[in-house]
Write a protein of this length. Structure first.
Length: 392
């Protein structure tokens, strides 16, 4: 039997990522493939770097997309900055902080972990205590927007602490870029990585990164070569660096980069301030609608990520049955809880192109129907009215 072409259904993606990809971006992906050293393609790479500097709010020269998903951007930051024997302070308030520890250990370095409850932000005072107690810390690493719980940490305060204690900062901004303010230069963040498939609404598989001059100096002064050949920034620069001469390092994912370029043009045209405001407004509408359905949030209001809403599953409602109902009847995806929160919460994403009223209306209607079918009582129409009232 011959296998035929794959034609996925059109789902509405309201989980922790990937988010809905805008039709303009899908269209860009199908444009003619150029050689990865074609002068026209190189011109597009330069534009992509310029657009990324805008998205990161930085003038860092070393700003580019790694040809792999967010996890590779994370690894690029750690393997380039961390050497065997170094000490790295890692803040852990969810899944992604734990992955940072894994990266530190695999670099042959020592991770000092500071834990915070899942669903809460990183507490700067506790981080300062740990920095005082460990004067030889080279790097402070933390997650700006914890997608596993929906908590937003104060990146500005944490980067300032790193500077105060003579450490570099590594910031996970995978979910924050485009969704909430991310001001790399103003905050003096040193190494920051993001992802294409969250609030940029591009396809998965690319990871924008940026390194400050201080971080570049540390990379240049390394005693040991970077143990990853593919992610060694010194080598990647031979292809992505400034100036006319570009040498082959790896074949760039040419069409995927068209998609990223298109998503960044869209972000530039909307304007960062407007994108942040849109995410905040849509979050307000969703929150009012969910509360009208009797659903409450995991994270306290002032620490909530607008683009990732962790909410408790009401008593008597089944997690998997509900998500299955949404997928089967509405082609609608929401996320499950992770770790200790598995089975207890849903994670509802409002990222990028997913952050619009049509999606919120669909979700409130579908979720109310799914829960009413399980004997829970709630009213979709009043939830929708509550959501719309926030925008009036
Ligand atoms: C999604 C995500 C990642 C990993 O990105 P991938 O593209 O899945 O590798 C890392 N950190 C955070 C906070 C994320 O939300």
């Amino acid at each position: 039997m011959a296998i035929s072409s794959f034609h996925p259904p059109r789902r509405t993606l309201m989980g922790p990522g990937p988010s809905d990809v805008h039709p303009r971006i899908l269209e860009a992906l199908g444009r003619p493939t150029l050689g990865h050293l074609d002068p026209l393609f190189i011109g597009m790479m330069d534009e992509t770097k310029t657009l990324l500097k805008y998205a990161f709010q930085t003038s860092n020269e070393l700003t580019l997309p790694i040809s792999a998903p967010g996890s590779a951007g994370m690894e690029a930051c750690f393997v380039n900055l961390v050497e065997p024997g170094d000490k790295v302070l890692v803040c852990v308030n969810g899944v992604f902080g734990n992955r940072m520890i894994e990266n530190v250990t695999r670099c042959g370095a020592t991770a000092v972990r500071v834990d915070f409850p899942w669903g809460a932000a990183v507490e700067p005072a506790a981080v300062e205590e740990a920095l005082k107690a460990n004067s030889d810390v080279k790097i402070l690493a933390f997650v700006h927007a914890e997608t596993s719980t929906g908590a937003l940490s104060d990146a500005q305060a944490l980067c300032a602490l790193a500077k105060k204690y003579n450490a570099l900062s590594i910031v996970d901004a995978v979910t924050s870029m485009g969704g909430v303010p991310l001001l790399v230069d103003k905050w003096q963040a040193d190494a920051v990585y993001s992802g294409s498939q969250k609030c940029l609404s591009c396809t998965p598989g690319l990871s924008p990164v940026t390194f400050s001059d201080a971080a570049v100096a540390v990379i240049k002064a390394r005693k040991h070569p970077v143990q990853s050949w593919f992610l060694d920034m010194n080598l990647i620069l031979g292809y992505w660096g400034e100036g006319g001469k570009r040498a082959y390092h790896h074949t760039a994912p040419v069409n995927a980069l068209y998609g990223l370029h298109e998503s960044l043009v869209m972000l530039q045209d909307e304007g960062l301030d407007n994108a942040w405001q849109r995410h905040a407004a849509m979050h307000g509408a969703l929150a009012a609608g969910l509360e009208a359905l009797g659903i409450s949030f995991v994270v306290k209001a002032e620490q909530r990520l607008p683009q990732l809403n962790s909410v408790y599953i009401p008593e008597g409602v089944d997690d998997a049955a509900t998500r299955q109902y949404l997928l089967a009847n509405y082609d609608l995806e929401i996320g499950a809880g992770l770790g200790d929160l598995a089975g207890k919460v849903w994670r509802i994403g409002l990222m990028g192109y997913s952050a619009r009223m049509e999606n919120i209306s669909l979700l409130l209607k579908a979720l109310a129907e799914a829960m009413n079918a399980q004997g829970y009582t709630c009213d979709a129409a009043s939830a929708l009215a509550a959501a719309e009232a926030t925008l009036a």
